[in-house]
Design a protein around this ligand. Structure first.
Ligand code: PAF
Length: 298
């Protein structure tokens, strides 16, 4: 256990974490868990708040998981500031920070196919489209580390942001598939006043890119209003979204889609009142930003 100035315990091993949680569990207390890769912002803080409000003890993990970064992605550049992160966790009432090393999470080295703890490959119907197309190994890496973290933390309510909507659905599927004693809670996206979703990657934006980036949320809101109209057409809505985002010269669109939230594939014969999810991904310079909103079909 390391002592950072806040007094909040920071543990690095599974056994130290268990030593913190076991007495509390023995007394009937519930555990909340907020998995993160650090570089904590108001979005993470809102997850900690949700956990603190709903459970008796909140674990925040801080681990930049190499397995979920592809070749050429920003693993080395990913922002890291443990001291500031711990201070933020303390200010929001977390109970303990779990900040393992790569050796603790992957004692046998970074696992290849055979060394994974997942019972099978990650479900590609959920992990394959959207982010999975751009980042083919990403969700296998997320699922592996999340499964390992759940095993270490034990029975808990786990709080994930809806900004990473596809990740949330992959994790929900993983929990059901592995029958884990984890209640997954999806929490609303936290935004800047101009609508930009909070993200650790926003620090990569130049001033011009930052000024342009709110186009994503504006476009999602306009599209949510369009799909609520009777007679809406998915292809036309997606084309309008793509055109609005592509009109920003600093942005390079990856996708702008309307999907069924349960499958992440185009909705089949949507009926009025059906829930939909609208998702976008766009590169602004070094930052690849994603965002999404829920909508109801008209
Ligand atoms: O959303 C994140 O920060 C990460 O993907 C997670 C869930 C902590 C796994 O590394």
């Amino acid at each position: 256990m390391t002592g950072l100035p806040t007094g909040l315990p920071v543990v690095t091993t599974a056994s130290d974490l268990a030593a913190h949680l076991e007495p509390m569990r023995a007394g009937g207390g519930t555990v909340g868990f907020v998995p993160t890769m650090g570089a904590l912002h108001d979005g993470h803080a809102s997850l900690v708040d949700a956990s603190v409000a709903a459970t008796d003890a909140t674990v925040v993990s801080i681990f930049v998981n190499p397995l979920q970064f592809g070749a050429g992605e920003d693993l080395d550049a990913y922002p890291r500031d443990l001291e500031a992160d711990v201070a933020r966790c303390a200010a929001h009432g977390a109970t303990v920070v779990f900040a393992p090393t790569v050796d603790v999470m992957y004692p046998d080295g970074e696992p290849s196919e055979g060394g994974r703890i997942l019972p099978g490959p990650v479900d590609m119907s959920l992990a394959g489209p959207l982010e999975g197309r751009e980042r083919p190994t990403h969700f296998a890496g997320v699922a592996e580390v999340v499964a390992r973290l759940f095993r270490i933390v034990g029975p808990c309510r786990a709080f994930f942001g809806q900004k990473d909507f596809q990740q949330l659905q992959v994790v929900r599927h993983l929990v059901a598939e592995m029958d884990l004693p984890v209640d997954v809670v999806g929490c609303p996206t936290v935004r800047e006043p101009d609508g930009l979703a909070r993200s650790s990657r926003n620090v990569y934006l130049t001033d011009d890119e930052r000024a342009a980036a709110p186009v994503l949320y504006r476009t999602l809101q306009a599209a949510a209003a369009s799909v609520a109209e009777p007679g809406w057409d998915r292809t036309a809505v997606e084309a309008t979204m793509a055109a609005a985002i592509s009109a920003e010269p600093t942005g390079h669109l990856d996708y702008a889609v309307v999907v069924d939230p349960a499958t992440l594939h185009p909705p089949e014969a949507p009926q009025p009142g059906d829930e939909l999810r609208l998702l976008v991904a766009c590169r602004f310079g070094k930052a690849r930003l994603i965002d999404n909103v829920g909508a109801v079909a008209g």
